[in-house]
Design a protein around this ligand. Structure first.
Ligand code: UDP
Length: 424
């Protein structure tokens, strides 16, 4: 039997280490962290390559049993906006090849994350003659469609994405909406696209008794709490939620509070997180400033208290490639209202574990919130169904098994490229 396969995970801007405190850690960081650990539990050796963002970090971090994080020097060793990283990708690739030469390590398979590392993955596939798997996490065309002029991605992003779609062996889509984007927008060969949904850590995200959760977050047990957890960005459209609460409080006389978790700092600071300032202004205009309870950013290991403090969890982005936060709310046994976009239409079972609403529609959201807030039995039923659904369909060990099955189909194939490389 062959020895366990070595996997190179490329994730230029999203390191698992950032989950310990960085300000811009989102779903991709969670994916890389959880999947690498769970693949290691299955016997794979995983090296996660990310860009060095500080002179103070070591090159190699033993991150978990079977998982190393390798900080590659490419560009200045400080935090840069991810949209500035594209010109640094050849240096990132060269640093990876240099690391391989020094460490004496060879990889059996390359797994690219996001379009820029996808470019590196496709390039290394050619050079090293090993299979490459790619997950984009977000597609440039969708971003451009929704953000238009506000999209700060490099001009050649979409062209580079097309090349990656052609240049790797398999594409992971997290949900059917992403599969459609890959095939319809990018011309991907349908046989190359495999759906592997992302998941939630069900040990970490679990229901906390209401009284305990409310105490932890500093809200009263008698309040009716609507919780939002996530990055504070215009596209997450928390403004839509604030407006919906403005409508709702005119219609029902209930002790409604809006719990808002996220931001660039651990304190809710509108200077560091301009979106918080925008939300405060909207709330003041609507006369509901006293209903809002901002916490600032919180670490993943405490988030179960925040989700569980909600009677209902809400996320209504304009668009969402996948969206881990709805699953996290569901894992905490809460009904989730989400906008009917992207991955959210796949994770929330409408009418069963939560409700789908059109995006950019505070009126529709207010009505759905009202339905849930006046009906504790319905909330309870949906919350239980939500937890069950996550346990059955969306756990990281399951994702790792599906990903491993995909890897194995490629690892067992005679590699034409590998043979070609050897005869050079
Ligand atoms: N998150 C966090 N602390 C916060 C706000 C968000 O750890 O204060 C995490 C959240 O739990 C989730 C991730 O950031 O795991 C956001 O992922 P999602 O896929 O929902 O959206 P993205 O940020 O990738 O657009």
């Amino acid at each position: 039997m062959r020895s366990p396969a070595r996997i190179a995970f490329l994730s230029e801007h999203a390191s698992p280490v950032a989950l310990l405190g960085s300000t811009d850690a989102g779903g991709q960081n969670v994916y890389v962290d959880e999947l690498s650990r769970n693949l290691a539990s299955l016997g794979y050796a995983v090296d996660v390559f990310t860009r060095r963002e500080s002179v103070d970090v070591p090159e190699i971090i033993e991150w978990a049993p079977g998982v190393r994080v390798i900080n590659l020097s490419a560009g200045p060793p400080r935090v840069l906006p991810k949209d500035d990283l594209w010109p640094l990708m050849p240096a990132f690739r060269d640093a990876l090849l240099d690391f391989m030469a020094r460490d004496g390590v060879r990889y059996d398979l390359i797994h690219g994350n996001f379009w820029m590392s996808g470019w590196v993955a496709a390039d290394l596939r050619q050079r090293l003659g090993v299979p490459a798997v790619q997950i984009f996490h977000a597609m440039g065309m969708t971003k451009r469609r929704h953000q238009g002029a506000a999209d700060t991605s490099p001009d050649d992003r979409i062209e580079a994405e097309r090349a990656v779609v052609q240049g790797v062996d398999r594409l992971i889509a997290q949900c059917p909406a992403e599969q459609t984007e890959l095939i319809d927008d990018y011309g991907a060969d349908p046989d190359k696209v495999v759906i592997v949904p992302s998941a939630v850590n069900v040990e970490r995200f679990k229901p906390v008794p209401l009284a305990e959760a409310r105490r932890y977050v500093g809200l009263n047990e008698q309040d009716l709490v609507i919780a939002y957890v996530g990055r504070m960005l215009p596209r997450k459209d928390v403004r839509n939620l604030v407006r919906a609460v403005g409508l709702l409080v005119q219609r029902v006389d209930l002790p409604i509070k809006l719990l808002l978790v996220g931001g660039e700092t651990a304190e809710p600071d509108p200077a560091a997180t301009p979106e918080i300032g925008v939300l405060q202004t909207i709330a003041a205009e609507l006369g509901i400033a006293d209903r809002l309870h901002f916490t600032g950013q919180r670490q993943p290991d405490t988030l179960r208290y925040y989700y569980s403090a909600g009677d209902v969890v809400v996320t209504t982005p304009w668009y969402e490639p996948y969206g881990l936060t709805p699953l996290e709310g569901m894992a905490c046994g809460r009904p989730v209202i989400g906008s009917a976009v992207g991955g959210i239409t796949f994770t929330i079972a409408d009418g069963e574990t939560g409700l789908l609403v059109p995006p950019r529609d505070p009126e529709a959201l207010a009505e759905r919130l009202r339905q849930l807030l006046v009906n504790p039995e319905l909330r309870d039923r949906m919350g239980r169904a939500a937890r069950r659904r996550v346990e059955q369909e969306f756990t990281w060990p399951t994702v790792a098994e599906r990903t491993a099955a995909l890897y194995e189909t490629l690892l067992m194939q005679p590699q034409a490229d590998a043979l070609a490389a050897e005869t050079l």
